[in-house]
Design a protein. Structure first.
Lengths: 118, 248, 255
């Protein structure tokens, strides 16, 4: 039986991916991607099913029940990079919104089609 | 959101549920035991002399990953700077210079409380960021966390006291030069460290008692350099966004 | 345990945040969600990750989203200061056209951003697309330049200053400078609409003024490529007119 964190992370993943497709506003699509990011990190962090007694990984020489430090290391830099890439994606959304005066993905697609047809 | 379920909505929900089911199904193989973790942590702490095992993985055992991640971060910041920094990005020419003052009708109120608390909080936040970076190998924190906290401190100043204040001290070109030279310094330091002792090991700078501040000097150096790099990159992003306020 | 409570709250807040209508509410809710995530990470035994996520998700990400969305959620209005229609009194804005636009912006969940300028600058701004709406006693005199909404208030035209046979030009600079020029004996005649005329009427001599034939009406100017905005504003004005609210507003502002 996986730990609660894993289940919640999967639920959030489903919510995030579903929102990504359903909502038409570009800003909400980006927010959903951010949610997918965070929930993936949660999934990786909650994977030790032994439910070790919540001792983090920095005891000086006393080694008790520690959590596996590897997933955290993998994920630490990813958070910061996600922020930078999110900023880049947001810049593109801004450029699009400025050009087509809307943040609605369907409307932007239609405007682009109209332009390329001409 | 529309009320009647369109085909795309149904497909989206089905896709999401499919992914969820796939994850659940692959779950039992994914979880590792706890005993392996303790072994790994013990070995890591012994080899790098740092008590923060995460830090010793990020900057020690998996240093190459971290280097490339720093590079990816720099490129993303470069992308933002190129698009926003030109002040062009597709804007029209000959913008009208507004002759009179403009009023934002439902704007954010500027309050004295915000300004004073920004003055008080900024040194505290900066000290916290530096502490996280310097002590990153013995207590939770590390280069990434420290750099981001520092950036959020400057963000506080930029939002409450105006970004011009900070821009006056740090000009864009100087920041850019410092940023890229930090990346170069990280690479050079990694190269030197590899030449001296081989990549995963560390501690050739100041091998002290593991768990103390002076123990494992390479880790601390990396942490500091990474903190500087992340701080500068995040600040550039924030500053460009504040400067443009959504107008490209 | 706290961890379980937090984990249970996460999906609720996530669904709430992603189902908002206004992007701004969703962004702030996602910031709160990032904070909750950071708490969960810390409780799961990953303090480094928690610190990074808290600083990034709650502060930096929220801020850049808010800054990016601020413009796309705005209605940029270029207005010329006319006492009954669009007027700045100290820090407040009053006037018939201001109230019309403010109500429209509130319905469309937009933030109203008003720039004051002279009438000619207003036309230029709308024509170049710098502003989306032009207000402040605008008449649709030159149809090629801007698109205009349907009229919301009728007016009359007056020619002020100058001699009888000169054809008056539409007013180009702001009202105060016009009054000064008239006092100094400015020659070229200027065409004014009723509101502006009433505003400066007592500073004029009777022989400087003559009423021009024909009627005209106030409209809002809309930038050429904002068809959707034009339609929405027209619909809004039409609704107000048919429900009688427009008349009530007119009666309140224009005595």
């Amino acid at each position: 039986m996986p730990s609660t964190g894993v289940i919640v992370a999967m639920v959030l993943l489903v919510i995030g991916i579903g929102t990504l497709v359903i909502r038409r506003d570009l800003v909400f699509k980006l927010l959903a991607l951010g949610l997918v990011n965070s929930s993936t990190i949660l999934l990786l962090l909650s994977l030790d099913s032994k439910r070790s007694a919540t001792a983090p990984i920095v005891p000086p020489s006393v080694m008790e029940n520690v959590v596996d430090p590897l997933p955290q290391a993998l994920v630490l830099a990813a958070i910061v990079i996600n922020f930078a890439i999110l900023a880049l994606a947001l810049v593109f959304v801004m450029v699009l919104a400025e050009r087509y005066h809307t943040t609605d993905a369907a409307r932007i697609e239609r405007s682009v089609e109209k332009e390329t047809i001409r | 959101m529309t009320r009647r379920p369109k085909l795309t909505t149904i497909l989206a929900v089905a896709l999401a549920c499919g992914i969820g089911g796939l994850l659940l199904w692959s779950l039992p193989e994914a979880s590792q035991g706890g005993a392996v973790a303790v072994e790994r942590v013990r070995e890591l702490v012994a080899s790098t002399g740092a008590s923060n095992a995460v830090c010793s993985i990020v900057v020690g055992a998996r240093l190459l990953d971290t280097l490339f991640e720093v590079l990816v971060f720099s490129v993303a910041v470069l992308g933002v700077r190129l698009t926003l920094g030109r002040g062009d990005g597709g804007a029209k020419e000959g913008a009208i210079a507004w002759s009179s003052a403009s009023i934002a009708v439902s704007g954010i109120a500027e309050s004295d409380v915000v300004r004073r608390s920004a003055y008080l909080l900024f040194p505290l936040v900066s000290i916290l960021g530096i502490y996280l970076a310097v002590f990153g190998h013995v207590s939770p924190g590390g280069g990434f966390g420290g750099g981001v906290v520092l950036a959020s401190g400057f963000l506080l100043v930029a939002v409450s006291l105006g970004a011009e204040r900070v821009s006056r001290r740090f000009r864009e070109s100087v920041l850019e030069r410092i940023e890229w030279s930090t990346v170069a310094a990280i690479l050079v330091f990694a190269g030197v460290s590899w030449a001296v002792q081989g990549l995963p090991r560390s501690g050739w700078i100041s091998p002290g008692e593991p768990g103390t501040l002076a123990g494992s000097g390479t880790l601390m150096t990396y942490n500091l350099l990474i903190a500087v790099k992340v701080f500068l990159g995040s600040w550039v992003i924030v500053h460009l966004f504040v400067e443009h306020r959504g107008e490209i | 345990m706290i961890l379980l409570v937090l984990l249970a709250v996460l999906p609720v807040v996530a669904v709430f945040a992603l189902s908002r209508q206004r992007p701004l509410t969703g962004i702030i809710a996602m910031g709160v969600l990032s904070f909750l995530f950071a708490a969960v990470y810390a409780l799961q035994g990953a303090p480094d990750v928690a610190v990074a996520e808290a600083a990034i998700g709650a502060a930096l990400v929220t801020l850049i989203y808010v800054l990016a969305v601020r413009r796309t959620g705005r209605l940029v209005v270029a207005a010329s200061d006319v006492p009954t229609l669009f007027h700045r009194e100290g820090d407040e804005l009053v006037g018939l056209e201001y109230e019309l636009l403010a109500g429209f912006a509130q319905e469309e969940h937009l933030e109203l951003m008003v720039h004051f300028a002279s009438p000619q600058e207003v036309v230029d701004a709308v024509r170049s697309g710098d502003a989306e709406v032009g207000a402040g006693g605008m008449l649709a005199l030159d149809r090629e330049q801007c698109v205009a909404t349907r009229a919301h208030l009728e007016t009359a035209l007056f020619a002020v200053g100058g001699r009888e046979e000169e054809t008056p030009q539409w007013i180009e600079e702001e009202l105060e400078s016009l009054v000064e020029q008239l006092r100094d004996g400015h020659q070229a005649p200027v065409m004014l609409d009723l509101a502006r005329f009433l505003a400066i009427g007592d500073t004029l001599d009777a022989d400087q003024v003559r009423r021009l034939p024909g009627d005209n009406a106030y409209r809002f100017l809309i930038a050429r490529d904002r068809q959707e905005l034009h339609r929405k504003l027209d619909r809004y004005l039409e609704r107000l007119r048919s429900s009688g609210e427009l008349d009530a507003l007119v009666r309140r502002h224009v005595r």
